[in-house]
Write a protein that binds this ligand. Sequence first.
Ligand SMILES: O=C(O)CCC(=O)C(=O)O
Ligand SMILES: [Fe+2]
Length: 359
Amino acid sequence: MGTVNDDEGLGYGSSLPVPSVQEMVKNDAQTIPINYIKNIEDRPKSCEICPISDRIPIIDLSLLTLGDEDERTKLDVACQEWGFFQVINHGANEALPKIKAAVEKFFDLPLLEKKKYAMAANDIQGYGQGYVVSEDQKLDWNDLLFLMTLPHNFRNMKYWPIPVPDFKEVLEEYAAELERVTNEIFINLSILMGLENDFLKKLHGDVKQGIRMNYYPKCARPDLVLGVSPHSDCSSITLLLQDDYITALQIKHKGLWVPVKPLPNAILVNIGDVMEAWSNGKYKSIEHRAITNEEKPRISIAAFVIPGNEVELNPIKTMVDDRPRIYKNDVKYIDYLRYTLAKKMEGRLANIEQLKIEP
Ligand SMILES: O=C(O)CCC(=O)C(=O)O
Ligand SMILES: [Fe+2]
């Protein structure tokens, strides 16, 4: 596995620089610039909302660790029917408030300080905005800091903010806790797919973890904009830490948007495109989006677990034994990722469809 030279990007892609939304709102909280106003069909509409957040499955990680079969079956159902689940008793309680506070402190820094960590033209790491690929695309109401956290030799420390006390230690601790949670989920998904415990971990090859810290400023017109446009994640799984009180994330379920009411101290996990392909469509990578809040800014922290560049997304053998093969062989992760990042977020279909065998 290579290490990252300070000035080289990750080779994943890049995003065009656009103004900080946080700064824009600081200067004028009322005006919504035209390039943030979504087309009517893309705006969040209350008639498309289905308020059944309480049905999103809750998985007890401590039971999974003990080998509890009922809990494992709950995980199986969650990944098939929802693609999202809340993880409780994950053992990372101490790390959660610390990482939230550190991220808040970063976004509280003056703009000029934050800009010292701005994304380079050839990279998606650093401070900036995500998925900006054209001058005239509609933008999301969101600033972010994206950092590769694992493995250690993939960290590019020039993007890690120095002025936030303990940022490095806190993020390192959080990354390690999430790695533990990830491994437990992989063991259980491996068993559910009829495989050796360590199969999924090994399948990732040089597994990596990247953390996207999202800052959504308050917005005078949440009906006109989106915090994050609909998309599915390019990961195998994603572990998301939400604000404990503001409901903003929405997931597509049976054609409607279900708001995910935060469960304080839980880690929300979702299946990404890679796991959908590996499982030959058994486990679902669900489209999701975030809306904005009129009164308060919101922070969310999304950790993406991704396989090595050369790893192929072929469906796992046990997943095609008695089910028709839906996903292609021989697509390398890096090719899929570059394709996805080069496009504006267009919803899950645009990305995952390229992994499917043509009908
Ligand atoms: O802020 C959220 O709740 C969702 C963020 C998200 O989907 C992402 O960063 O991929
Ligand atoms: Fe996402």
